[in-house]
Write a protein that binds this ligand. Sequence first.
Ligand code: SF4
Length: 306
Amino acid sequence: MCLVNCPFAAIADKSQIFQLIQAIKRGEEVIACVAPAFVGQYGPDATPAKLKTAMRTLGFADVVEVAIGADLCTVEEANDFLREVPEKIDWMGTSCCPAWSMMAKKLFPQFKDNISMALTPMVITARMVKKDHPNARIVFIGPCAAKKLEANRKSVRSDVDFVLTFEELLGMFDAKEIDFKTLEADPTDGMDEGSGFGRGFAVGGGVAAAVVEAIKHIDPDREILIEYGDGLKECRKMLAMAKAGKRNGYLLEGMGCPGGCVAGAGTLRPVKESTASVERFKNAASSMSTTESPYLGRLKDVEEKC
Ligand code: SF4
């Protein structure tokens, strides 16, 4: 948020755009995994099919939606919740926002085991792609500066080679003078693998909604209470309530950016507009439920490496 709000631009994120372009220039197979908040970022003309075509023009070998990892992350968190709350932990926090999970663990170290251990959508997607393309370099393209730190973790470093923001990708489109208005793309070559709820991860409250929906499928009789922390200030309040014992039985979703990932430091469009775009893309998914993901059988694949 300092990145977004500092009037003097006194803080900047560390860019890997040079290293990424060099890898493409060397002829390496570079596969992009795009976060669910991508939709609408490059304007109304940039349909998913056009975005894919544009990225291939830049030299990416392929483009994969991270919503498929969000689907698997949801099912993992749903199973974790059912297994652990309240038997082992009083409440469970979601895992996918590094700003939230780091803050929770730093300020409330007693809760380190309450934050789900599920791999994040970025890591799950990257691991699946790497398993299928062992020589490929993986770039995660998203709204988030904090993901750059996550990708730097020892356990993640070998899965995600580069992290770029939507803003940095725009720089690449501009350099190649890509105009989405005139760009031609095969409309059937879009992205249609992530579920509606997986795509909903991009908007605040979407992660908890996805987990609740998955739990309804796995254990329909189970009641689940949820709360969403919109921005770190709200997350902190939520944790204080948990400390006071007032969030027992809850699934707590924390998002570092107010509004969720559509408000991340590397985004390009107003939050309201992006929220509406994500909602439309979510409703256009061929399957809504994360529990119907055709990739569920691959969870074992990605966990093996942990
Ligand atoms: S809410 Fe913000 S900090 Fe958290 S994952 Fe999304 S973009 Fe990153």
